[in-house]
Design a binder for this molecule. Structure first.
Ligand code: PEP
Length: 250
């Protein structure tokens, strides 16, 4: 990881009511009252549980993040939630451009404007980038990833590189139980880092892997030199398995 701090982020997707979220936090705090030195941890509940999780994790080193935000500060945008609103609920970051949202029509340009809105509001964006199975099999993965990455980091200033996180999430690996091999993830992330280099200090850019990470697979993944942590979906819903993945990063 060459000096970059690993980050383990848990994406709960559309799971857990506020009461269930509080129960998760209590179990997580019991299991992992402190995180291993040098490791960052983020928990990304749905909007409706942000306040509950922020309160339940007060004093714990894990930070809280949303799963998306609007690119608009306020206004007639029914159903949308702004960066300052999630900040006010205790979030200090947000996942942006998750493939489940891109599948509903979110474009690279929309992701980029959300990245800017997040940075302007003091949130750390966790920007998801990934190729489909057809793109991987068609041999166009590096072009697809470079395109997504360039648009997203095009709005990031040189002095903001430490505030952003990229998550490489191959779409075919998300929620399928089919994790990319550590070799494939390392090779892909190293290529992404190289493609970012002309635009910002890529050695400082944190790039996570996401897609079917489990406690059993985490360690072999996290020792790869370019992989700076994991974005974890399914396995983050259980405090025990999330804690085990965090320990694997330590
Ligand atoms: C995700 O949703 O970002 C994710 C990586 O999910 P899973 O770990 O369940 O594949």
């Amino acid at each position: 990881m060459q000096g970059r701090r690993p980050l383990i982020a848990g994406n709960w997707k559309m799971h857990k009511t506020p009461a269930e979220a509080r129960e998760w936090c209590a179990g997580f705090r019991d299991r992992l009252p402190a995180v291993p030195p040098g490791v960052d941890v983020a928990v990304c509940p749905p909007f409706t549980a942000l306040e509950a999780v922020s309160a339940a994790l007060r004093g714990h080193p894990a930070w809280v993040a949303a799963q998306t935000i609007s690119d608009q500060p306020s206004g007639p945008h029914t159903g949308e939630v702004s960066a300052s609103m999630v900040f006010g609920c205790g979030a200090r970051g947000s996942i942006l451009g998750h493939s489940e949202r891109r599948a509903m029509g979110e474009t690279d340009a929309m992701v980029a404007s959300r990245v800017r809105a997040a940075l302007d509001a003091g949130l750390r964006p966790i920007i998801c980038i990934g190729e489909s199975l057809d793109e991987r099999e068609g041999g166009v993965t590096s072009e697809i990833l470079a395109d997504q990455l360039m648009v997203a980091i095009g709005v990031v200033r040189a002095n903001e590189v430490d505030r952003i996180v990229i998550a490489y999430e191959p779409i075919w690996a998300i929620g399928t139980g089919r994790m990319a091999t550590p070799e494939m993830a390392q090779e892909t992330i190293a290529a992404m880092r190289a493609s970012a280099a002309p635009h910002l200090d890529a050695n400082r850019l944190r790039i996570l892997y996401g897609g079917s990470v489990t406690p059993a697979s985490a360690r072999e993944l996290l020792v790869a030199p370019d992989i700076d942590g994991a974005l974890v979906g399914g396995a983050s819903l259980d405090p025990e398995s999330f804690a085990m993945i965090i320990e694997a990063a330590g």
